[in-house]
Design a protein around this ligand. Structure first.
Ligand SMILES: [Zn+2]
Length: 374
């Protein structure tokens, strides 16, 4: 592979300078069709558009006919977290050995690294491996419209490599916390706050009790945490409020801990603090924790061998944020993440891509595939 940073950045720029937050269908279409065109230009690869409901389309890219078992499934997402207008406000910008811009490391460069790795893959390796690449449009909001598709493909796969960015210190990702998001609705009874307050059943008061009670369920030792992140309720000050809503984010390392927590929270809905208030709970998003098993550890050892041969020391991190790696790991398919180039500051204006890491991480991905082809 003859790596050219300026060619790479020329290909990266159109992916950064387009607004493609989750559910931005026009942006999703633009990014997907450019990526599809890049892969369609590679001999031996077929690209299929996969409808992902309200989130737009994903891409399924293969070097073998669909239905054949997959040796390595690579996964990345097309969406970002940024609202319309961000791309115009801060387009791709290079300063020293860093590039900045929305999605530059989370994870447009990850997608591009996969493209470059495939474009310049040793033909003998490509010949021996059945490869599949899935790019979904809604990872940032929990892959609600793509998780069924991703899980189906992953069930046919022997290994999964997710191309989210490597961490700032270069580490890859071997474990990720699971997450769940609840929307909790409180339905009370309205009453005039001056004339007849006792006739009311305050949904806001119930919500306040819940906020404190949920906070008590935090177990920082075991890494099971709850955050009541958004609340709303009531309409005017002189009416006892009959409705309120809370959104709660839950994170955990251990899937059994989460099952127990989920049950406790559901039980709480049966016994409201304020008599007469009804509580309903909806789980809007869920990703099980990604925890390494024996198969994952073998794959880690293989990656470490590849790194050693290249003079690239491989280190690992367990991280709090979830990704699509969580979805495939729970199926028992050995899964590793962080195979993109190095970056940090995700979901913020400080997000950057470490330009010096691009080429070595393309080569690492190729080396891992070559090793898996043996
Ligand atoms: Zn990401």
């Amino acid at each position: 592979m003859q790596f050219s940073l300026s060619d790479y950045l020329d290909e990266l720029r159109p992916f950064i300078n387009v607004d493609c937050g989750t559910m931005n269908l026009e942006g999703n279409r633009q990014v997907a069709s450019q990526m599809a065109a890049h892969f369609a230009a590679l001999p031996g690869w077929q690209v299929r558009e996969v409808p992902c409901g309200d989130a737009g389309i994903g891409l399924e890219i293969r070097n073998r006919p669909a239905g054949e078992p997959i040796d390595v499934l690579m996964i990345g997402h097309l969406d970002t977290v940024f609202p319309v207008g961000t791309a115009a406000k801060r387009p791709l910008r290079v300063e020293g050995n860093r590039a900045f811009g929305p999605g530059v490391s989370d994870m447009k460069s990850g997608l591009l690294n996969v493209l470059w790795a495939m474009r310049h893959l040793d033909p003998a390796t490509a010949q021996r491996l059945s490869l599949c690449i899935c790019m979904n449009p809604d990872e940032e909001t929990g892959s609600n419209y793509s998780h069924t598709w991703l899980s189906e493909v992953a069930r046919q796969a022997r290994h999964v490599l997710v191309a989210e960015a490597a961490r700032a210190d270069g580490s890859l990702v071997k474990a990720r916390k699971g997450m769940a998001r609840y929307r909790i609705e409180f339905a009370g009874k309205a009453a005039h706050a001056g004339n007849d307050p006792r006739a009311g059943r305050s949904a806001v008061l119930e919500l306040a009790h819940w906020t404190l009670a949920l906070d008590m369920l935090n177990d920082h030792e075991r890494g099971t945490t709850l955050n009541v992140g958004v609340i709303k309720g009531g309409s005017v000050a002189n009416i006892v409020p009959d409705s309120a809503t809370a959104w709660v984010d839950v994170r955990f390392w251990n899937n059994d801990d989460y099952q127990a927590l989920d049950q406790s929270v559901r039980n709480m809905t049966e016994q409201p603090f304020v008599n007469g208030v009804r509580v309903t709970l909806a789980r809007e998003a869920y990703k099980p924790a990604m925890t390494p098993d024996a198969g994952t550890e073998q794959l880690m050892a293989l990656v470490e061998r590849c790194g050693a041969k290249m003079g690239l020391p491989i280190t690992w991190q367990a991280v709090g944020g979830g990704s699509d790696a969580n979805l495939t790991a729970v199926l028992g398919v050995p899964t590793l993440d962080g195979l993109g180039p190095i970056g940090a500051g995700f979901h913020s204006e400080d997000e950057y891509l470490d330009l010096d890491s691009i080429e070595p991480r393309i080569r690492l991905l190729q080396a891992v595939l070559t090793e898996l082809a043996r």
